[in-house]
Write a protein that binds this ligand. Structure first.
Ligand SMILES: [Zn+2]
Length: 232
């Protein structure tokens, strides 16, 4: 099996992508980034738990300077997150564009992948696994298959000893399909953290929570996930 380094944020997308990647790769390292985001602690806890369960080496990479760039609602204590009380709002292009701008961290995924590529090259891993997916790609260009394709072209030149390639095992899925896969693979609902905020439970109203909730609702499984959210 080819070796892989996994970007594990502890969210639903990267956790599922990692689970599916385990069928094809030897995961030699999982990485979680702490860039001063409000959800950092919860993300690290969730990722660490999965890494333990799946016997993967886990490392937290700290990027404290990143929170000082831009004014992202993910990191700034003064900027509030756009709320999605009604799942219908997720279908409004203007609302999701506004939310994307509010949570945007300058070049975040570009930075993450290039750091992961340095680990991969040094460890002889030919793959970098992410949780990029079709649903997020509709709002965030750095989740798209085009971004993956072009990044892979750049990595061919920016690495020399062992050029790695980026791949997401959920690239073509939306959240509804991901929830179906989670059920199929019997992945516990207890561990993942998909909220932009910290706290005891996930908030239920940030865009990420709203998408997760909507996906469970579309699968008629919302009853099973309510216990993870503070709004119920
Ligand atoms: Zn939330």
């Amino acid at each position: 099996m080819d070796r892989a380094v996994v970007l594990l944020s502890g969210g639903l997308d990267s956790t599922l992508s990692c689970l599916l990647a385990r069928d094809h790769h030897e995961i030699i390292l999982s990485l979680t980034f702490d860039y001063g985001q409000k959800a950092a602690l919860k993300e690290i806890q969730a990722a660490r738990k999965m890494a333990q369960q799946w016997h993967m080496r886990h490392q937290v990479v700290e990027l404290p300077w990143l929170k000082n760039l831009g004014e992202s609602a993910l990191t700034s204590s003064t900027r509030l997150l756009p709320k999605f009380h009604d799942p219908e709002k997720l279908k409004e292009k203007k609302a999701t564009e506004k939310s994307a701008e509010a949570v945007w961290v300058p070049n975040r995924n570009g930075i993450f992948i290039n750091i992961a590529a340095a680990f991969a090259e040094s460890l002889g891993a030919s793959w970098i696994i992410t949780g990029f997916n079709r649903e997020e790609a509709s709002t965030f260009p750095d989740n798209s298959s085009d971004f993956v394709h072009r990044t892979n072209r750049a990595l061919e030149l920016s690495t020399l000893l062992f050029p790695p390639k980026v791949k997401s095992y959920v690239q073509e899925m939306n959240k509804k399909e991901m929830v179906q896969k989670i059920i199929e693979r019997d992945l516990s609902f207890d561990n993942f953290w998909s909220c932009y905020l910290g706290g005891k439970k996930m908030c239920g109203t940030c865009e990420s929570c709203a998408r997760t909730l909507a996906a469970f609702q579309e699968n008629e499984l919302s009853e099973k996930i309510r216990y993870r959210f503070s709004i119920f």
